[in-house]
Design a protein around this ligand. Structure first.
Ligand code: ZN
Length: 277
């Protein structure tokens, strides 16, 4: 492969070739290419050349810097990883990558997803052209678009020494998580939490407390996390959304979401508090 043949779009400087060693966040659909080291560890490939063939139409996106090294994202079509590399599901890469790389991989996936889905203007149908690294402008009517996030809430509801855990029909696995849902137009986060809990469980809650948020790049969401306390109502699950659920004591919990999720962090923190009481 020729050195420095890649063209990376930089809004400030125009098109410029990559001249330095980059971290390559290479995706094939939802899987990320990782290099397998001699000690069988996985890492993000690094070098002035991509470890796979990048076609001229595979746009390379600058997305971040780590220690003065550009992090670039590119989507490729290929069936097998080259020797010494492996395609890894993005979410599972949490278990093998340092968090900073996992986090950038999530951003890379979101940018690639957005680029793929905004090739044409939603208003007039003309081709869109990059205006900055994270915005595009219609070549005909001038409409601008940026990566958009779906905003979701997730809530841990407790009642004395019990927590409400539910199993969404979307879960891949027999574990229990927390009530969650997407914010609707015209709603604020708190209204969304109260509505989702009422819709999915028939329970009323109060003492809403914002806990934190988490980027959720599957494919592009932002999760806002809350805690709340049960007030009244009998648990009555919305079976179109949830397959099962119930109140669980802190020392008798079912299988829980993975450690990368804010749901798991909230449950672990609540258990820790209960244990100390
Ligand atoms: Zn247009």
């Amino acid at each position: 492969m020729l050195k420095n043949k890649y063209v990376i779009y930089d809004a400030a400087d125009g098109f410029k070739p990559s001249t330095a060693s980059c971290y390559w966040f290479i995706f094939c659909q939802d899987e990320i290419l990782l290099k397998v080291t001699d000690s069988c560890q996985c890492e993000i490939p690094k070098g002035s050349d991509a470890p796979v063939n990048v076609e001229p139409w595979n746009r390379i996106h600058p997305i971040a810097k780590i220690e003065n090294h550009d992090c670039v994202a590119v989507s490729v079509d290929m069936s097998d990883a080259p020797e010494g590399y492996v395609f890894y599901p993005l979410r599972q890469s949490f278990n093998v990558l340092p968090y900073v790389f996992y986090s950038i991989a999530g951003k890379a996936r979101e940018i690639l997803y957005w680029d793929k889905n905004t090739q044409y203007c939603g208003a007039c149908g003309s081709p869109m052209k990059f205006h900055t690294t994270i915005s595009k402008r219609c070549t005909c009517c001038g409409k601008e678009v940026w990566p958009s996030l779906a905003i979701a809430i997730i809530v841990l509801i407790s009642h004395n020494d019990e927590v409400l855990l539910v199993q969404s029909r979307k879960f891949k696995g027999n574990y229990y998580g927390l009530v969650s849902g997407f914010v609707e137009t015209g709603e604020n986060l708190e209204q969304c939490v109260i509505r989702e809990v009422l819709e999915e469980t028939s329970l009323e809650i109060d003492h809403l407390q914002y806990v934190g948020s988490q980027a959720w790049p599957f494919p592009s969401a932002l999760m806002a996390a809350f805690r709340a306390q049960y007030v009244r109502g009998n648990l009555n699950l919305q079976y179109s959304e949830l397959s099962k659920g119930g109140w669980f004591k802190w020392n008798n919990l079912p299988d829980l979401p993975k450690e990368d999720s804010i749901a798991r962090k909230m449950i672990d923190k609540w258990v820790h508090e209960q244990r100390g009481l």
